[in-house]
Design a protein around this ligand. Structure first.
Ligand code: AMP
Ligand code: FES
Ligand code: ZN
Length: 313
């Protein structure tokens, strides 16, 4: 197998692109795909200050490295979720990555406030991923504001986007379909644009890039992800991809190019109010993050109350 670009022996075959690459040509191909997505979708430019949300996984670390090497101004942001060893290992890898490359990393640890994701789940009985999603959205938005960034970049890759698209289509979640884009414009002056530069880059490609570049990332999945329907959708898409390479990239790219406009009308509705708890934009008196925090406080307070004794019950 020869490299499609330079004819040297190839190290990786990408069936979806009908190509094979040697190490240096693959790195070139990967960086160019990210750069093209950024330019084509007008995600940001050289004047932008980009908050890169880094989890410690391969996608966001690879993204951060590419953007930093391309000369963009980046600030890494890691939210330490307090999910046991998984979170401590994620934080360690992220910090080691930033230190090795001299990159600017800011960390917010939920445990410092005495409230990690497991505490929220046990207090409210909400599914971990939904509570976690609310927290991530809030802290990413707040970090962009605090660190003066004008765009938030996440490492969502092609496999994430294809699985999400399949789930949204299967349940005809038209409001979610309207919001599934590589670039989400802010709907309030305190919010900034959110972009996914890896939306056409597969998990295989980010894993290969990370391996070739010696990025030490967290391989394990979040323990709460086991059994999530996203994983089933990913497995189904992998089977389709196996019999018909290029299925995922076609599914996501063609939805963005041809399909998403059909759902745009559902994107209406602004959050014009200011949250009384945190000052961020909200639909009601409290934003969804502050309502969740209030629910946790209420339930923990109720739990802490001594049970009535038989004599005064
Ligand atoms: P996930 O929702 O875990 O698939 O992650 C999607 C993207 O969100 C990652 O590629 C990161 O950019 C970002 N992200 C997830 N978890 C964290 C975290 N704990 N801290 C910072 N960014 C994160
Ligand atoms: Fe949020 Fe697993 S990363 S619950
Ligand atoms: Zn709030």
């Amino acid at each position: 197998m020869k490299c499609t670009r330079c004819r040297e022996p190839a190290e990786v075959k990408l069936r979806a692109h009908n190509s094979a690459f040697c190490r240096s040509c693959f790195v070139f191909f990967f960086q160019r795909r990210v750069a093209r997505a950024v330019e084509h979708e007008k995600m940001f430019d050289r004047a932008s200050r980009i908050l890169v949300a880094v989890s410690g996984g391969k996608d966001s670390l690879a993204l951060w490295e590419v953007l930093a090497e391309e000369g963009y101004t980046t600030v890494g942001f890691h939210l330490a979720l307090g999910i046991g060893g998984y979170s401590s290992r994620s934080r360690e890898r992220t910090e080691a990555f930033a230190a090795k490359r001299g990159l600017d990393l800011r960390v917010h640890a939920l445990a410092d406030e005495g409230l990690g994701i497991p505490d929220i789940v046990s207090a409210t009985r909400r599914p971990a991923c939904s509570a976690c999603g609310t927290f991530k959205r809030h802290y990413f938005d707040a970090a962009a504001l605090e660190f003066g960034c004008d765009v938030i970049a996440t490492g969502h890759n092609l496999d994430d986007e294809a699985a999400r698209l399949l789930g949204n289509v299967l349940h005809w979640q038209t409001d979610h379909l309207a919001r599934q884009k590589p670039v989400m414009q802010p709907r309030h002056e305190k919010f900034v644009r959110k972009v996914k530069p890896l939306y056409l880059t597969s998990e295989l490609e980010t894993a290969t890039y990370s391996f070739m570049r010696g990025i030490d990332y967290v391989v394990e999945e979040c323990p709460n992800a086991a059994g999530a329907s996203q994983l089933t959708y990913k497995a189904v898409l992998d089977r389709l991809e196996d019999t018909s390479p290029g299925t995922k990239v076609g599914f996501v790219r063609d939805f963005v190019v041809r399909g998403s406009a059909a759902f745009a009308r559902d994107e209406e509705g602004d959050s014009a109010r200011t949250c009384e708890g945190c000052g961020m934009p909200s639909f009601g008196a409290l934003c969804s993050f502050c309502s969740l925090r209030a629910e946790v406080d209420r339930k923990l307070a109720a739990r802490a109350k001594p049970a009535p004794t038989p004599s005064n019950a």
